[in-house]
Design a protein. Structure first.
Length: 121
């Protein structure tokens, strides 16, 4: 298992606390492996965070053993976009590390849409 990947959910990880039900969230979608909830600081009219329930610090911590879970994460993003009515398009974003602007050290996917999105840079 890579550094930062763990079946344990750290007590201080905000996303792990949301998964455990210790912190409130506006749940949008859920299955056994994934939880999706609205971002409290939305960057678009629709901004949903999709997180694996297993704590993985980020993409750099994911390994071959996470391949199926990473696929589930992307498919969950697709399902959320469909559920949210993002028929004209949407963006799926995963930030990694400080330079990638990852603000929570728990792998997560942003589903963004509801308007024409600007260029990334």
């Amino acid at each position: 298992m890579r550094e930062g990947a763990s079946n344990l959910m750290p007590a201080d990880c905000i996303f792990c606390r949301i998964v455990r039900g210790e912190l409130p969230s506006q749940k949008v979608w859920e299955n056994d492996e994934i939880l999706a909830f609205r971002d409290i600081h939305p960057a678009a009219p629709v901004h949903v965070l999709v997180v694996p329930k297993e704590h993985i610090a980020g993409m750099a911590a994911a390994g071959n053993e996470h391949a199926a879970l990473l696929g589930e994460l992307l498919l969950a993003g697709q399902k959320v976009a469909e559920q949210e009515g993002l028929d004209e398009g949407y963006r799926l974003v995963i930030n990694q590390g400080n330079h990638g602007r990852q603000t929570v050290a728990h792998l997560h996917l942003h589903v963004l849409g509801g308007r024409l999105l600007g260029a990334m840079g």
